[in-house]
Design a protein around this ligand. Structure first.
Ligand code: RP5
Length: 167
């Protein structure tokens, strides 16, 4: 795997099973990534340093994932001018809606590109990062085109199987 281009930071190891979906995408596209656990409230100084140092280490995009009243993505975004994608993690009494609102309702000035709650959001966060990286990488852009063609073919196969089953 190449040097990490993407930093995936999550608030707790309990977020890992969701964020593995993002890692799978980067593996598929051959993009180097680094996964870290750092909390905005339990380890604030470490989180700030991680975000601040990212650009200098060659990181191009950051994915920040957290659950409950999640401020991790906003805190990370405040410490860097790298684009930050937020993934709300399900769980707690409000099952991720609290995290979604915290991330998507950032006050003007410090954006967090917020995805949907849970595994679909983690997958899309990674694909969105691939799309941004593909702006300066033609071979990555080609891989994205192939990825979409495979998805479309899978839908067709599923429909064909359904038609057969109904005969
Ligand atoms: C957030 O609180 C984490 O991102 C996690 O989603 C949630 C619960 O953390 P744990 O209590 O499971 O460590 O900071």
């Amino acid at each position: 795997m190449s040097e990490p281009a993407v930093l995936i930071v999550m608030g707790s190891d309990s977020d890992l099973s969701v964020m593995e979906e993002a890692a799978k995408v980067f593996k598929e596209f051959g993009i180097g990534y680094e996964m870290r656990i750092s909390s905005a409230h339990r380890s604030p100084a470490r989180t700030a340093a991680l975000a601040r140092d990212a650009a200098g280490r060659g990181i191009k995009m950051i994915i920040a994932a957290a659950g409950m009243a999640a401020h991790l993505a906003g805190v990370v975004a405040a410490e860097t001018t790298l684009p930050v994608i937020g993934v709300p993690i399900p769980g707690g009494a409000l099952n991720g809606v609290d995290a979604l609102y915290a991330m998507v309702q950032m006050p003007g000035g410090i954006p967090v590109a917020t995805m949907s709650i849970g595994k679909a959001g983690a997958k899309n966060a990674a694909l969105f990062a691939v799309q941004v990286l593909s702006l300066s990488d033609q071979s990555l852009a080609g891989q994205l085109t192939e990825f979409r063609a495979r998805m479309a073919a899978e839908v067709e196969q599923k429909d064909n199987a359904l038609q057969q089953a109904q005969k």
